[in-house]
Ligand binder design. Structure first.
Ligand code: AMP
Length: 188
């Protein structure tokens, strides 16, 4: 089972992905986590990505697709993956389609976690407090930029996946457990 969790920054994709990892033995592939790991490790990619992430822009499609392709071939991904924060552009979605086709794999579901954007500012503030401000992009100014980038580059993927009959939307404004239940109902 290969799933995309889709939604604006702070919608709860990471939280729900972690739930699915525990419940279903799937592997979470979060491009944001991979980039943050590269920054922590001080790699050249990390150095290049840091500035882009701190201002809320997108890292290049080429880098992102390369990272995902490398991970997808790991044996632990054979059971299926939960894509969290990827794809974020139409080019990434097309790249993913090609990557899956080459491996004779397919997407099972694209689940959008829909949220009220005004509520995201409070959520991001909470996350910053909980994580001791470890994410430099968890602040109101960068969130505004990330939301603008989301609308311009990522939201067009909703009709892309809807057209393929894969898109389902859940209400992300209810409790974590209730969002999880709604996702479970879709996945069966
Ligand atoms: P996230 O943890 O998913 O919110 O991602 C944090 C930041 O990493 C984003 O604001 C982007 O700068 C970068 N990033 C993560 N995933 C992608 C992606 N699929 N495409 C481009 N940039 C990404």
């Amino acid at each position: 089972m290969n799933i995309i969790l889709f939604g604006a920054p702070g919608a709860g994709k990471g939280t729900q992905a972690k739930r699915l990892v525990e419940a279903r033995g799937l592997v979470q592939l979060s491009t944001g986590d991979m980039l943050r790991a590269a920054i922590d490790a001080g790699t050249e990619l990390g150095l290049r990505a840091r500035e882009i992430m701190d201002r809320g822009d997108l890292v290049s499609d080429e880098i992102i697709l390369g990272m995902i392709a490398e991970r997808m071939d790991s044996p632990d991904c054979a059971n299926g993956v939960i894509l969290d924060g990827f794809p974020r552009t139409v080019a990434q979605a097309e790249g993913l389609d090609a990557m899956l086709e080459e491996r004779d794999l397919a997407l099972s579901h694209v689940i959008e976690i829909s949220v009220d954007e005004n509520a995201l500012f409070a959520r991001i503030e909470n996350r910053a407090a909980e994580t001791g401000g470890s994410r430099a992009d968890d602040n109101a100014e960068t969130l505004r930029k990330r939301l603008a980038v989301y609308h311009e580059n990522t939201a067009p993927l909703l009709p892309y996946y809807d057209g393929k009959g894969l898109l389902k939307t859940v209400d992300g404004m209810v409790s974590i457990d209730e969002v999880g239940q709604a996702i479970d109902e879709i996945l069966g």
